[in-house]
Design a protein around this ligand. Sequence first.
Ligand SMILES: NC(=O)c1ccc[n+]([C@@H]2O[C@H](COP(=O)([O-])OP(=O)(O)OC[C@H]3O[C@@H](n4cnc5c(N)ncnc54)[C@H](OP(=O)(O)O)[C@@H]3O)[C@@H](O)[C@H]2O)c1
Length: 326
Amino acid sequence: ARRHIIILPAGQSPGQKVVLITGCSSGIGLRIAVMLAKDEQKRYHVIATMRDLKRKDKLVEAAGDAYGKTLSLAVLDVCSDESVKQCIDGIKDRHVDILINNAGIGLVGPLESIPIEEMKKVFETNFFGVIRMIKEVMPDMKKRRGGHIIVVSSVMGLQGVVFNDVYAASKFAMEGFCESLAVQLLKFNVTLSMIEPGPVHTEFEAKMIQDVRQKEYPGADPDTIHYFKNVYLPSSVDIFEVLGQTPDDIARVSTVHCASSPRFRNMTNPWYTPIVALKYADETGGLSVHAFYHMLFNLGPLMHISMTAMKYLTCGCLRSRTISPT
Ligand SMILES: NC(=O)c1ccc[n+]([C@@H]2O[C@H](COP(=O)([O-])OP(=O)(O)OC[C@H]3O[C@@H](n4cnc5c(N)ncnc54)[C@H](OP(=O)(O)O)[C@@H]3O)[C@@H](O)[C@H]2O)c1
């Protein structure tokens, strides 16, 4: 028997918006759920979902008193049609005011060593998972002429990053999908917006590092493995350390989003604005490809030194700089 339905909204008061969030067992989803559930004006009833309720403890602890009042839990696996439908069916009148598509998985490494099945899992979660959710709640939002859909994308949905080929592709796909759908939804007074974080310190980063340690990369040649492990990875770790934001930084942007009319695209980390601007500055695309090549292969050691210097000089204050969504 499926452990299911807990919903809804135990303590929902009139006027409160129902917010459904995917992937709340950790990281950004967890912090968005807690921040919205603890809203001082109690504007939201949060349905925090996760695919396995055994992983609920961190969320329940962080939610404190809000759990059972402004926060309910539900099972939801974005990769399963049945799970998505059961969850939405379990909500009173299937009414969701704000859907936050946060669940996602990463994939990094030399392309030659990644089985197609693993790549499909990334698209199944990051791309089709979001579409599955939107298809389930959108018709009702359109009927009601109101609603808000938020998608947690990534700066990698705007600018590809070496050795993140498939992950970036899944987020690019999402950007194209949302850009197209947003126009139609506007006609129905439904808002669609995207949040594009840079690096964020969550289990995402930890899973990537653990994964890299365990893997042997069969099928990739020694040079490629060398570039991946000894050139790309140290730079990536440096960048996470110096520029990485906290899940709370991203949650704050999302919270403001829920309360106001947001912009369509929202990068959270100002350090990535010039990087993304590079591609729009040169329509041939050559400028960004060569700039990234130069940065990684020619300036790698220099970048490490500058990043280390920045880390000590700024005492981490770079990490918490967040672009205001307003
Ligand atoms: N961290 C970063 O640097 C970063 C940067 C840019 C964008 N993002 C995006 O931010 C979002 C959240 O990531 P995070 O950094 O908070 O990572 P995280 O801590 O690993 O959280 C990801 C969440 O997604 C859930 N999830 C994975 N597959 C799922 C599925 N099939 N159904 C339902 N939930 C599923 C995970 O649940 P389980 O506990 O069951 O695995 C987990 O709760 C992702 O979309 C990611 O692409 C992250």
